[in-house]
Design a protein around this ligand. Structure first.
Ligand code: SF4
Length: 460
């Protein structure tokens, strides 16, 4: 059971740090990885056997929520989705030409934006664009993120027809004042109705996303939200700390900064969620996810196969993820590769027949080893150095031990981890601060210590 770190510990460890949805993390990526290099990585991926994971970014939202950290196009004009799909169709065909031998996928994820900004016909077209080139393996997973405020039951029916079986809904907070302040009004009933529609349609997993640390959240209002979430009884929840990064997302300046909960209040809000959910049959997974004990995410943690990707925690580690759409990120053939961030730039490149990748990073052997280590810490809250040696060799173990040397004594004396010479374990107190533990293994981080500009959000 997770414990609340003392205020002194929180103050000490509340500093900027990565969330480790990738390693190397995004600030290390450069434009040295462009279309030509990406084509080489596609060729490498094509030579490997095994199914792919596919991500599609659908960026449209009806309004821009003031807390949003995603890459979004706010519009009421649904025909813009048709134009987007025209480009997407060309991008998928272009990329598929580089993958003549690798056309099966076990995982499809549509994120955004709000994928259900697309109407039923547009959703079906998007699905057809993918399945025209790639074949879905029968036991796979198709997941979609939706905004309950703009999603109709008929869209859920249509998605079920296409074989979607996991759904993720943003809730953030049900409190009216918080909703009004962040510019996202969403009723509890419409959320519950859509969860029911998903269940009626045989969706195996329903996930609700919450955010703590938003303006005007108090422990009282938040507790009411938590109870209402429990009444809906999702299979999983993600409870994210609000990343206030106005220097990256200028629209967040519309939020009243003075109404943001202080660090100690943020921690209390998170632990209220931990307390409420864990006494109701959910398990805290890693940093910020909760899953029913019967859910496959809890089983994946027990079996040691839980991993992390750009969508957070996942039970299906894919060797290669190919991503389509503006700003989407592929992780394949030994590289991270990100598409052009702006809609027009992405469209222009695809129309010109150019792979629309604008930046990324090739992953070297040391990165692969450290990514594994960081994933173990972030997902399983433990790291067995004997396993590192068995998988990557004794030299890798020595390097990891060297990385631990400067920071470990302090983490141990502060009660965040224990170490018996072979196995590092994150303690219940350390779980909230697990990013700080993972940072010990990040070979790139020391250079950011000198950075004047803020690169990462805060760890608490
Ligand atoms: S609906 Fe989601 S993606 Fe769209 S602006 Fe709001 S938070 Fe961002």
């Amino acid at each position: 059971m997770t414990s609340i770190p003392s205020p002194e510990l929180i103050q000490k460890y509340d500093r900027p740090g990565p969330r480790y949805t990738s390693y190397p993390t995004a600030p290390e990526w450069t434009d040295a990885l462009g279309p030509e290099q990406f084509a080489r990585h596609l060729a490498r991926a094509d030579a490997v056997k095994g199914p792919l994971s596919i991500y599609v970014h659908l960026p449209f939202c009806r309004e821009m929520c003031r807390f949003c950290g995603c890459n979004v196009v706010a519009t009421h004009d649904r025909t813009r989705a048709d134009a987007y799909l025209d480009v997407l169709e060309k991008e998928v065909a272009l990329v598929a030409r580089h993958l003549p031998n690798r056309r099966t996928f076990t995982q499809l994820h549509w994120g955004g934006g709000t994928p259900t900004f697309l109407d039923e016909k547009q959703l079906a077209r998007c699905h057809e664009i993918i399945t025209r080139h790639f074949e879905f393996a029968k036991d796979g997973e198709k997941a979609i993120e939706i905004d309950p405020a703009i999603t109709r039951r008929s869209q859920i029916d249509a998605l079920a027809e296409m074989g979607f079986n996991r759904i993720s809904m943003g809730v953030q907070d049900f409190d009216p004042r918080v909703q009004e302040t962040v510019g996202r009004i969403q009723g509890e009933k419409e959320t519950a109705d859509l969860v029911q529609a998903a269940r009626d349609n045989g969706f195996k997993g329903v996930n609700l996303d919450l955010i703590y640390g938003l303006p005007f959240q108090t422990r009282e209002t938040w507790k009411r939200t938590l109870e209402r979430i429990l009444a809906i009884h999702p299979d999983r929840m993600a409870v994210f700390g609000f990343a206030y990064v106005p220097w990256v997302k200028p629209h967040q300046r519309l939020l009243p900064e003075a109404a943001l909960p202080r660090t100690s209040e943020r921690v209390a809000l998170f632990f209220d969620a931990v307390e409420t959910f864990t006494r109701s049959g959910y398990r805290l997974i890693g940093l910020d996810h909760f899953a029913l004990e019967t859910d496959e995410m809890a089983r994946a943690q027990d079996e040691g196969v839980l991993t992390r990707n750009f969508q957070g925690y996942t039970v299906r580690p894919a060797d290669d993820t190919i991503a389509f759409g503006m700003s989407s990120i592929s992780d394949l053939g030994g590289a991270y590769a990100q598409n052009a961030h702006r809609l027009k730039d992405w469209g222009d490149k695809v129309e010109a027949g150019i792979l629309p990748v604008v930046k990324g990073a090739s992953v070297n052997d040391d990165d692969v080893m450290r990514r594994h280590v960081i994933n173990r810490v972030m997902c399983l809250l433990r790291l067995d150095l004997r396993e590192v040696a068995a998988k990557f060799g004794p030299k890798a173990r020595a390097e990891i031990e060297a990385s631990m040397k400067p920071g470990l004594p302090e983490l141990v004396s502060d009660g965040l981890v224990t170490f018996d010479g072979d196995v590092l374990r994150v303690t219940p107190v350390g779980q909230l601060l697990v990013r700080n533990v993972a940072m010990m293994f990040d070979a790139y981080l020391p250079r950011h210590a000198q950075d004047k500009k803020q690169t990462f959000s805060r760890t608490v």
